[in-house]
Design a protein around this ligand. Structure first.
Ligand code: TMP
Length: 202
């Protein structure tokens, strides 16, 4: 059996990536792939408990970073690697690029520290494909404005998301072979057409 593929979805809160997850799964399934949808922080029973803390408890940015990677360690071990070994296409709503974008770009943790955690937790393991849903912060914050009970991240201001967006775009520039940047301000059918094209070759 051939190994599966690891596809990650990224973008600032309100970029609209969640809207496209069902279409991404359908497009892969239409090509005969078995698909596992998962998310970070989360994806395992312990990871989901850590997610609750991460989204709702105030903590130091470095504590936040380490808990993100603690959840990730479980996720890789228990869910992602075993599924890939079975030939499954794993689609994760966020992964390590989010730590570089949110903890480094947003919170100011050094990239050297996040790089160390990355090396410790995942070694050379990287996504095969990362879809970055990109939209101007004025648009994403407008989308978030209607959200009820915003979490610790969603409550942040436009500057925070501007830094995150820039950090994501810098990551995409640094790793062009695995990133595809999708203009998430386009009409949904156009985005689906683009996704169909991208996913037809993974
Ligand atoms: P979600 O809203 O996409 O489910 O993600 C939950 C929040 O967690 C989101 O605001 C981004 C944040 N996050 C980080 O800050 N660092 C990370 O490494 C991950 C995976 C998520």
């Amino acid at each position: 059996m051939t190994a599966g593929k690891f596809i990650t979805l990224e973008g600032v809160d309100g970029a609209g990536k969640s809207t496209h997850i069902p279409a991404i799964a359908r497009l892969l399934q239409a090509r005969g792939k078995e698909v596992l949808l998962t998310r970070e922080p989360g994806g395992t029973p312990l990871g989901e408990k850590l997610r609750e803390l991460l989204l709702h408890e105030n903590m130091h940015p470095e504590t936040e970073s380490m808990l993100m990677f603690a959840a990730r360690r479980e996720h890789i071990e228990q869910v992602i690697r075993p599924a890939l070994a079975r030939g499954v296409y794993v689609v994760s709503d966020r992964f390590t690029d989010a730590s570089f974008a949110y903890q480094c770009g947003g919170r100011g943790v050094s990239t050297a520290k996040i790089g160390q955690l990355e090396q410790w937790v995942q070694g050379d393991f990287q996504p095969d494909l990362t879809l970055l849903f990109d939209v101007p912060v004025a648009v994403s914050t407008q989308r978030l404005a209607g959200a009820r009970n915003p979490d610790r991240f969603e409550q942040e201001g436009a500057d925070f998301f501007e830094r995150i967006r820039n950090a994501y775009l810098a990551r995409a520039g640094q790793f062009p072979q695995r990133f595809r940047v999708i203009d998430s301000g386009k009409p949904i059918p156009e985005i689906h057409y683009e996704l169909e094209e991208i996913l037809s070759i993974v």
